[in-house]
Ligand binder design. Structure first.
Ligand SMILES: [Zn+2]
Length: 77
């Protein structure tokens, strides 16, 4: 699965605060994510995170957190 820095991951499981979207702060063997609602950060192994992903928001779409809109692939490089 293709996950990049600054992507917004929508997870199947909610954070204890009720939010299910997380900003990707670090990728690698372990991912570091920040909850978009309460701002807490968490680290988890890549495999576990990938299993829980419902959807990935990327680029301007993810940054603006607007689920509606065009679906073009943003070139983040
Ligand atoms: Zn939270």
């Amino acid at each position: 699965m293709d996950i990049q820095l600054n992507d917004i991951l929508q997870m199947k499981k909610n954070h204890p605060c009720g939010e299910n979207r997380f900003l990707v702060l670090r990728v690698g063997m372990d991912f570091r994510l920040r909850c978009l609602k309460c701002g807490r950060e968490l680290m988890a192994p890549r495999g576990r995170i990938e299993k829980n992903i419902k959807k990935i928001w990327r680029g301007e779409e993810g940054a603006a957190l607007k689920p509606a809109g065009k679906q073009e692939e943003a070139d983040v490089r």
